[in-house]
Design a protein around this ligand. Structure first.
Ligand code: NAD
Length: 290
């Protein structure tokens, strides 16, 4: 193995520390804590684990966590009414509705209803549009975490060739736009891309956000490439990414492990977005490195 391992856990701990320090300053100046409302509908066990982890991290950063657990049979009207109440609540700076939602609820309708200035997940059409045209808004947490890891590893991304594999609205598309914003030359590859290994071999930066265990192999990579593995797949009771770590780490210059790479950055970026929302709403100035 020759690649440097990009330590997402350490990067996330550092970001969380920075957020906590800013939150402490905010509380002293504003006399209140930033607040994150998390809404969970139903009892999907994975979603319950995520919601618990988000609530715990929010409190650890010195912020207030408001958890709303609704039954699986909740109507769309009732969920929209809750979103309206949270939009109007001055103690709530960020609103997150955990996906997936049960079939009787149109997730797009719910996400669109969240006040874009409280949409700390960055999934609303307004925030997607802001990202596309380079306005301040909220960027989805996983792609933001990937961008932060890449900047920390490579510094200036300008002119670098980046291939993002996956075009989801949650990861691939926003990440491609973020990389473009940093002046990388960006290719988005997806399930219909022809000769994916040849496309990947051109790239200085490879991001895999596919959901196919160990799909990207070492012999697809340009030697020295920086590899960000977003995938979380469970095989034989263990977690693996979308990149075949063993073969890739013989060729890459640097690579994120799974677990311990992108995953921890996602929650850290959610805390960051929540604090930034509170700061924007109160005109509170904060460190640019966030
Ligand atoms: P998705 O299913 O919405 O999108 C997958 C994308 O991969 C699609 O755009 C599709 O075109 C592309 N794809 C599918 N098969 C392909 C193939 N053979 N070759 C090339 N492209 C192909 O998934 P998503 O929500 O973007 O998530 C992707 C992965 O990232 C999943 O494993 C998910 O669990 C993981 N994820 C991790 C985090 C985190 O915090 N680390 C957050 C979100 C998602």
């Amino acid at each position: 193995m020759t690649a440097k391992i990009i330590d997402g856990k350490a990067a996330a701990a550092a970001l969380r520390g920075e957020v906590a320090a800013e939150v402490a300053r905010f509380r002293t100046a504003e006399g209140r804590a930033p607040g994150l409302a998390v809404v969970l509908v139903g009892d999907d066990p994975a979603s319950a684990v995520y919601v618990r982890a988000k609530g715990k991290a929010t409190v650890e950063a010195g912020m207030e966590s408001f958890e709303h657990r609704l039954s699986a049979g909740t109507s769309e009207t009732d969920l929209l009414a809750l979103v309206d109440r949270l939009n109007a609540d001055p103690a709530v700076d960020g609103i997150l509705v955990q996906l997936p939602l049960p079939p009787q609820i149109d997730a797009n309708k719910v996400i669109t209803r969240i006040d874009p200035d409280k949409d700390v997940d960055g999934f609303s059409p307004v925030n997607a549009g802001r990202l596309a045209i380079g306005l301040h808004g909220f960027v989805p947490c996983t792609p933001l975490g990937c961008l932060k890891l890449l900047r920390a590893e490579l510094g200036d991304l300008s002119g670098k060739s980046a291939v993002v594999i996956g075009r989801s609205n949650i990861v691939g598309k926003p990440l491609a736009l973020l990389l473009l914003g940093d002046s990388a030359t960006v290719t988005i590859a997806h399930s219909r891309t022809k000769d994916l290994p040849a496309v990947v071999r051109q790239a200085d930066i490879v991001v895999a956000a596919v959901g196919k265990p160990q799909m990207v192999r070492g012999d697809w990579l340009k030697p020295g490439a920086t590899v960000i593995d977003v995938g979380i797949n469970r095989i034989e009771g263990r977690l693996v990414g979308d990149v075949d770590f063993t073969s890739a780490s013989d060729v890459a210059g640097a690579i994120t492990p799974v677990p311990g790479g992108v995953g921890p950055m996602t929650i850290a970026c959610l805390l960051r977005n929540t604090f930034v929302s509170a700061a924007r709403r109160e005109n509170f100035s904060y460190g640019k490195s966030l």
